[in-house]
Ligand binder design. Structure first.
Ligand SMILES: [Zn+2]
Length: 132
């Protein structure tokens, strides 16, 4: 099995980190009125290098209800970094085929190939949730 080329993965990692950063900025906006010492500490860490505790989990523990959407997306980003670590990034979780690099560049948190994603969305169609 072929992995996406190194430079493409680097590009994807950059995109994930940028997205993670802007999501954290949004969450920080939600926290403006609160004691956000814990979040500041979390944000001081290198994204994607958060050790055992994922950023999204830590944020979820902080009970920021209004940041639900961001937390959901941060979990997807965490999962993408975890797949990179496990060296199965870019492999469809449903059929095991490679996800085309072009799709990953547009949608770096994709965990399924296009065909499986479409099938998944038909099976688990959720109303009112914006698609990426
Ligand atoms: Zn698939």
């Amino acid at each position: 099995m072929t992995q996406p080329r190194r430079e493409e993965v680097d590009k994807i990692i950059r995109k994930l980190r940028e997205r993670q950063k802007s999501l954290l900025e949004e969450v920080r906006g939600e926290l403006d009125q609160r004691d956000n010492q814990q979040l500041i500490e979390l944000m001081g860490r290198e994204p994607g290098d958060s050790g055992d505790v994922s950023l999204a989990d830590a944020l979820a523990d902080m009970n920021i209800l209004r940041a639900d959407r961001q937390i959901h997306e941060l979990r997807d980003i965490d999962a993408a970094f975890a797949r990179m670590k496990a060296e199965n990034f870019g492999i469809c979780t449903d059929c095991g085929d490679e996800i085309p690099v072009g799709r990953l560049l547009v949608y770096p948190t994709a965990k399924r190939c296009m065909a499986c994603q479409q099938r998944h969305e038909q099976l688990f169609a959720q109303e009112g949730r914006p698609k990426l």
